[in-house]
Design a protein around this ligand. Structure first.
Ligand SMILES: *[C@@H]1O[C@H](CO)[C@@H](O)[C@H](O)[C@H]1NC(C)=O
Ligand SMILES: *[C@@H]1O[C@H](CO)[C@@H](O)[C@H](O)[C@H]1NC(C)=O
Ligand SMILES: *[C@@H]1O[C@H](CO)[C@@H](O)[C@H](O)[C@H]1NC(C)=O
Ligand SMILES: *[C@@H]1O[C@H](CO)[C@@H](O)[C@H](O)[C@H]1NC(C)=O
Ligand SMILES: *[C@@H]1O[C@H](CO)[C@@H](O)[C@H](O)[C@H]1NC(C)=O
Ligand SMILES: *[C@@H]1O[C@H](CO)[C@@H](O)[C@H](O)[C@H]1NC(C)=O
Ligand SMILES: *[C@@H]1O[C@H](CO)[C@@H](O)[C@H](O)[C@H]1NC(C)=O
Length: 222
């Protein structure tokens, strides 16, 4: 089962000429936790908060004004559709020298629709993910971005990247080679309930313009 699965991934990647073996393709990740044999951290990709990967010191610079996050969602089977959460944890005062918690959502939960329930290639990128509502940071502050992906059956895949906040001009360029949407992946809004607008929802609308208004409003109520 495992070897057939590994073979399938390898075959897909050979077909599309893919080489990057990551979940968070930009701004990077803590390290490879997509292990399908018994080697550490086998099975840990499902563990809160960061899929078994300890806090790293090779932090990526990320803008104090918010920035891009690009993800390869199709590494494991069961992600024909997937819910995504993107959270920020502040500082290094928590367990393992990481943040005390990851309880600060940066975008409302959204859903992607992939081409297949089997593993598939492809990337999506949100070019301007804002800081969590009502938060500000300073140049040099450390934080951790957490991306959570839930499969159709609810299992959640965790991946994190440790960052240091920097001025936008000091951050590596974001362009069509590291931040793009593959045509095989589309987006769905998650909530369809009507709510009353708030100012923080309006502010975020510019950043995440294609996500549904109702999802943003839901988020503003969190
Ligand atoms: C940090 O280092 C690890 C181990 O070499 C590597 O797997 C990971 O991709 C690096 N992360 C970043 C953001 O450079
Ligand atoms: C498990 O897979 C990793 C990554 O593909 C590889 O480096 C390692 O040697 C494998 N371990 C065993 C015991 O097969
Ligand atoms: C941020 O993290 C880096 C690398 O782990 C560390 O050298 C630096 O002292 C940290 N800065 C703060 C303000 O904690
Ligand atoms: C999460 O950590 C922040 C510090 O980064 C703290 O202010 C906040 O109270 C914590 N929230 C919870 C729910 O523990
Ligand atoms: C942000 O601040 C505004 C104004 O104080 C408040 O109404 C709103 O609930 C806050 N949002 C969050 C997510 O804390
Ligand atoms: C995109 O930016 C990266 C640096 O972040 C750079 O290495 C790469 O050459 C750029 N690609 C294009 C097409 O400009
Ligand atoms: C990818 O699609 C999402 C949702 O439609 C959109 O918010 C984002 O801006 C797109 N990314 C790029 C690089 O165009």
């Amino acid at each position: 089962m495992v070897s057939r699965f590994s073979f399938l991934i390898a075959a897909i990647w050979m077909l599309v000429g893919g080489n990057a073996h990551t979940v968070i393709t930009y701004p990077g990740w803590r390290g490879d936790n997509l292990i399908t044999n018994e080697t550490f951290p086998y099975g840990m990709q499902w563990m809160y908060p960061c899929g078994g990967m300890p806090t790293t010191t090779n932090r990526t610079k990320w803008p104090i004004t918010g920035g891009a996050i690009a993800v390869q969602p199709g590494w494991f089977q069961g992600h024909a559709t997937a819910f995504f959460y993107m959270n920020l944890g502040f500082g290094t005062n928590g367990p393992d020298g990481g943040p005390p918690n990851m309880s600060n959502p940066m975008v409302p939960v959204f859903q992607i629709v992939g081409p297949s329930r089997n593993p598939y290639p492809g990337t999506f990128c949100l070019p301007q993910v804002p800081l969590p509502a009502n938060t500000t940071v300073n140049v040099g502050d450390n934080a951790t971005i957490q991306v959570v992906e839930t499969a159709v059956h609810g299992a959640a895949l965790f991946s994190c990247v440790d960052i240091t906040f920097a001025l936008p001009e000091d951050v590596a360029e974001v362009n069509s080679s590291n931040c793009f949407n593959s045509s095989t992946i589309s987006f769905n809004s998650v909530f369809s309930v009507a709510q009353t607008a708030t100012s923080s929802a309006t502010r975020t609308l510019a950043s995440v313009s294609t996500l549904s208004l109702s999802a943003l409003l839901m988020w503003a109520l969190l």
